[in-house]
Design a protein around this ligand. Structure first.
Ligand SMILES: [Zn+2]
Length: 57
């Protein structure tokens, strides 16, 4: 399990989703509401995720 890097306490909620054919993992802290996105290659910025979602399928 991953622990939030923001508050260093709360276990992150993990949601797997597929965006433009790529497996993306979304982590969210229920306490401080920090969000992170990850794929196989590492951490993605929100901008990168939005770009993927916008890309033609
Ligand atoms: Zn947190």
């Amino acid at each position: 399990m991953l622990v939030c890097t923001g508050c260093a306490k709360t276990m992150l909620i993990t949601i797997r989703m597929r965006v433009a054919g790529r497996e993306i993992v979304f982590h969210r802290c229920s306490k401080c509401e920090a969000n992170t996105w990850q794929d196989d290659a590492g951490v993605l910025s929100l901008t990168e995720v939005l770009d993927l979602a916008r890309a033609p399928h």
